[in-house]
Structure formats: C-alpha cells, structure tokens
Design a protein around this ligand. Structure first.
Ligand code: ADP
Ligand code: MG
Length: 621
C-alpha cells in the first residue's frame, strides 16, 4: 500500500496522445468540460447499476450528482462526482495507459498516417487527456466504491509523469481539480462554465450543479422506457428541444441494438414553416452519445428532405470527440443516417395505416418534402413511393390515395399505374385523355403539383408495375366495343389525312396517327415517356421556369392522335382538298388545342392571332 507519493511514467502511447492534445490540436478547448462531465456521468451510471446488485457500497448516503465549482481567484475549476471512483490500480490503468478503444484507434491511425495528425485528431476521443489543453496541473482525488477502499490523489502536469499518493478523508467518487493555465482563466468563470454545461450537458441524466446551483433541467427522456413516459413529458421535451410553442404532430421513440446501438426520439412539428415561405427548415436533431451532446445540429444525420425533423439521436457507438468537420464524412454517421431514415420512413408508413388522419395532416404539410425525396433520392425510392398520396379518378375530389391502394383496386390484367398531370382536377377532367381510360374502367391518379410529374418520372416503377403518364404512347389501350354506328373516315381516308397533317404541321409534330384514345374529342397529344414524350416535355418546361427555352435544347416533338369519327376531323378531310389554306388554319388550331389540353402550349399569342383569322372567315361568310 502506498503511503508516500509514487511516481509513474505515462505509457508511451499515452505520451504521444498527450503531446498532440496539449499542442492544441483541438480548436474547441471548451470540449474538455464536456469530456469530464461525461466521465463523471459514466461513473455515476456505473454506480447506479452497481447499487442494484451490490449491498456493500461505500458512502451509500451520497447523492448521484455532479458538482462543478469555479474559483476565480485560484484560477481553478473543480468537477466532482460521487460515482464509482478508482483505486490505485485503476488510476494507473485508466489514467496512465490507453485502454479505451477511441484512443487506441487514434494511435493506430497516427502510426499509419503520421502526416495528417491535424485531420485525425477530431476523429477520435481522447477523453480525459483533453484537460491538459487548458491545465498546467490536474489533481484527481478519488475513492473506489468499495466500503474498505482508501482514497488517492493522482496528480500530473501532463508532461510525461504522474504521481499517486494515498490521502485521508476522501469520499466516494472522483474530484478533479484543474489548475488552469493563465491563458485559460475563462474556464474559472462561472458564466462561461454555465454556458458550456448548458450547451453540452443539458440532458445528462444526473443533476449537474454549478457553485451550488442546479444547471441542467431536462433529463434524458429518450433513454427511458416508453411506457414510463407520459404524453405531457414528451410534449414538454419537444417544446424545449425545438423551441416550438405547439405540441408536435407525431413522435417516434425507438431503440435498436443492431447494427448500431441507437436510442432516438424524433418529432414532426405541426407546421411546415417552409411551406409558409418563411424560411428553410433546419434539421434540429441533436446527436448524443450516452446522453452527452456531441452536436446540436449535425448536418448529415438525415437526408436533406427530412430537414423538418426535431429531436434526439443517441448512439453509444459514437466517439465522444468528433469534430464538426470530420463528422460530415464519418462512416458511422452515414450508417446512422441510413438506419434512422429507413426506420422513420417505416414509421410514417405505419402511421398512414394506424393513424390515417394524422398521416394526412402530415402529408398536407410535409408531402412536398417527401416528394422532394422521391424525386432526388434513389436509396429510398420504394419506401418514399409508398408514402405518396394523390387524388384519383376512383375517388371523390379532395380524397387521397396511395400507390398501394391504387394497386389493390387494379384489375389483375392491368399492366401499369396510370397518372395524368394537369393544373387541377377540373382541368384534367376536361381534357381529352380521361375519356378513353374511363371507357375502359382504368383508374388514373391525378397529379396537380408541378413537382408531381417529375416525381413520377423518377420513380418510374412501383412493385414491378410501370408508372406511366396516361398520355404516353407506351400505354396500350385494349380495343373496346365502341359504338360502331356513326360515321367515320375510312382506312384510306385516314391514311391520306394523317399524311397531309404531318406535312402541314412539319417541325411541330413527329407523327400523326389514329388510335383508340379518343371517344369524343377530335385530337390529342400522345408521347412516350422517353425524351420526346409529352411528359418529358412538361418536365423540361417546368425546369426551365416560366421563361422557357433553354438555349441549345430543342423542344422535343410530339405525336398527334386524331379521332376519325369526330365531325371536325371528317370535315377537315374534305376541306384540305377544297380550301387548303383554311384547312391548314384548322390543323394548326387543332394542334394548339391539343397542346393546351396537355399543358404544353408555350405561348398562346400565335394561337389567339390564328383564331381571329378563323373567326374572320366565319363572320365573312
Ligand atoms: P473514456 O471515457 O472514453 O473511457 P477517458 O479518457 O475519458 O476515456 O477516461 C478514461 C477512463 O478513466 C475511463 O474509462 C474511466 O475508467 C476512468 N475515469 C475517468 N473519469 C472518471 C471518474 N470521474 N470516475 C471514475 N472513473 C473515471
Ligand atoms: Mg470519457
């Protein structure tokens, strides 16, 4: 047993770490407070677990708390906990050598890549040693939790050696007295420390007091078991965390052990601020490691399109000291991102079944961001597609459906999921496309937001069914018994008319044909989904904005379909031989009408001028 101070050398690797740390590789000096508070919290947590199994715990009357005090005149900061403490051997083991994995990895990385120390430092936790960035002397007074344990003082200036001495009158736990370097006297100031503790340790599960006053307010609710938490507690936490005055719309509290250990509590706010055009949502999901804050608003914890989420993610797999920069490209963060995103999308899907009304409220606010994801993120294509909602010809106006429900209603031989895009439900219903689909009993999803068509083009497929714009010529419509009565152009006449139209509308259409698409209307536009199709052209128009015309990009041409039964078409057949100039006028007007119905008419001025010409002819007769 030691009675006199014994002197020890730091293990070689420890010296290496100390050297780097002390030579100020960390820019944020203040993180040492977080490290020490986190160690204190760990020690308390270990003690709490011990108390469950051990009867004989020393100083059993002590509170499980962390006491921080500042001494301005002595230029000291003291952090004390009543945790498990350390005996002599543990002091050597824990503070004299590098046992914990973070620093080991750090050393390994240093060895293999000695050049880039600066970049490496932030990647690994060096925990306790960070105190030597700001201290010229550190004393750890400690006593192990066992009843018969003696107290010790560990002391070092961080240069290469440390001393251990047995001391009397020590209480359980650890008390770390930090003698600050002159340059860092700020850390002996109450206000400064308060700010740091509030920032990093607000959710430490044990009370933290500063100079006798409690500093942390909210406990780590996300680490608790769901059944012990009331709705009010969740709500209060949400408000605290997100600075929202309203209760959240949804919450997801979940834990996982594999592939990563995660405890997370996520909230969806009631309102999408972005939608109101106020500002861009900022993801406010704090990243914690065992209740200690790592970063309040990590940038890449979730994909961009989930930027409305609030809450906390806690993973004990994270190293405590990850710098902002290295966080961005950390493999672990990517993994976390994936697991959480998948899980959250699954949650949304569950909600859409269990809490349909809430889900629809969500969709109403944040659907636009889900669409953003569907249009930009292939990783979650299917999960996102599942969440989309549209109006449909099978439902009353205002009611929404998803792709799964659409598929449930599909006839067994229907090959494709069909949608039509238009400015509104009314405008799609008034257009020429629905009639043929209706006649065949096909359901069509009604897309009315500019981004919808782009989303559909990106997804392209859902559960092995193609998603097609109903005006695409890929959509093959089966023959139906149309009313055989009524006049129609004959085969030869149709062929001649198509040929004439194609020549008359050269540069404007790629082809003219008849099809089964039209029942009442005279003409419509059809297009493939590939470049050249009507759908692609609309998407391009959308990306170009209202001005249109991207230089160097020719407008994809379109296919015109005619209805040989329609009286205008029949009339046109006659007219082309009798009065070709007027027939051309009609042909151009028909094309523009079809383009307008397909939301493709770029500039109506020409059409208006032409319609005046037509009116003139009518009134002159
Ligand atoms: P880590 O916390 O990642 O293990 P640290 O360098 O922060 O690494 O601490 C090293 C070790 O020192 C800890 O694992 C713990 O065993 C011991 N230790 C540090 N602070 C305390 C404390 N306040 N009470 C008890 N043990 C402590
Ligand atoms: Mg630590």
């Amino acid at each position: 047993m030691t009675t006199k101070p014994s002197s020890h050398e730091f293990q070689a690797e420890t010296k290496q770490v100390l050297d780097i740390v002390v030579n100020s590789l960390y820019k944020d000096k203040e993180i040492f407070v977080r490290e020490l508070v986190s160690n204190a919290s760990d020690a308390l947590e270990k003690l709490r677990r011990l108390q469950l199994t051990e009867k004989e715990v020393g100083d059993d009357n002590l509170e499980l708390e962390i006491n921080v005090s500042t001494d301005d005149t002595k230029n000291q900061l003291i952090i004390q906990d009543f945790g498990i403490g350390m005996d002599e051997e543990e002091l050597v083991q824990n503070l004299g050598t590098i046992a914990h994995s973070g620093s080991k990895d750090f050393i390994e990385a240093l060895k293999s890549d000695g050049e880039k120390n600066d970049a490496l430092i932030g990647k690994f936790g060096v925990g306790f040693y960070s105190v030597f960035m700001v201290a010229d002397k550190v004393q750890v007074f400690t006593k192990n939790w066992k009843k018969e344990a003696s107290g010790y003082c560990w002391e070092s200036d961080g240069s290469g050696t440390y001393q251990i001495e047995e001391v009397e009158g020590q209480r359980r736990g650890a008390k770390i007295i930090i003698n600050l370097k002159d340059d860092f006297s700020e850390f002996a100031k109450e206000d400064r420390i308060k700010e740091i503790i509030k920032k990093y340790s607000a959710f430490v599960q044990f009370p933290v007091s500063l100079n006798g006053e409690k500093v942390n307010t909210v406990d780590a609710i996300w680490m608790r078991s769901k059944k012990d938490i009331t709705d009010e507690e969740y709500e209060e936490f949400y408000k605290f965390q997100s600075n929202d005055y309203e209760a959240p719309l949804m919450r997801m509290h979940f834990s996982a052990d594999a592939p990563l250990e995660i405890n997370s509590l996520l909230f969806v706010p009631k309102r999408n601020m972005e939608k109101m055009g106020l500002f861009r949502n900022e993801n406010k999901v704090a990243l914690h490691c065992r209740k200690v804050l790592i970063e309040a608003e990590p940038k890449s914890l979730f994909p961009e399109w989930l930027r409305f989420l609030k809450g906390v993610v806690d993973s004990s797999d994270l190293p405590l000291n990850v710098s902002r920069e290295t966080m961005q490209d950390s493999e672990l963060l990517r993994k976390l991102n994936q697991v959480l995103t998948k899980r959250f999308l699954r949650f949304l899907n569950e909600q859409s079944h269990k809490e349909e009304e809430t889900y629809l409220a969500f969709w109403n606010e944040f659907g636009v961001l889900i669409k953003e994801g569907a249009a930009t993120d292939f990783t979650y294509k299917e999960d996102l597609a599942k969440l989309l909602r549209f109006e449909s010809t099978a439902l009353d106006a205002g009611k929404l459906t998803g792709l799964d429900n659409y598929m449930d209603r599909m006839a067994s031989d229907q090959e494709e999921i069909l949608f039509l895009f238009g400015k509104s439900r009314e405008s799609i219903e008034a257009g020429p496309y629905l009639e043929a689909l209706k006649a065949r009993g096909l359901e069509v999803l009604l897309c009315t937001e500019p981004v919808d068509e782009y989303v559909m083009q990106t997804i392209r497929e859902y559960k092995e069914k193609k998603i097609l714009s109903a005006d695409s010529d890929e959509v093959k419509l089966e023959k139906i018994d149309q009313d055989e009565e009524g006049e129609s152009l004959g085969k030869k006449e149709i062929k001649a008319l198509c040929k004439w139209l194609k020549e008359s509308l050269v540069d404007k259409v790629s082809d003219v044909e008849t099809g089964d698409r039209l029942i009442d209307s005279p003409v419509c536009i059809v297009g493939g989904d590939a470049m050249g199709g009507a759908s692609a052209r609309r998407v391009m128009k959308m990306m170009q904005g209202p001005e249109g015309g991207m230089p160097g990009m020719p407008a994809p041409s379109v296919k015109l379909q005619i209805n040989p039964k329609n009286s205008i078409i029949r009339g046109l057949y006659e007219l082309k031989d009798k009065d070709e100039p007027t027939a051309k006028l009609v042909a151009n007007q028909l094309l523009d009408n079809a383009l307008a119905s397909a939301n493709l008419l770029d500039d109506p001025r020409e059409m208006i001028a032409r319609s005046y010409q037509a009116l003139e002819k009518i009134t002159a007769n």
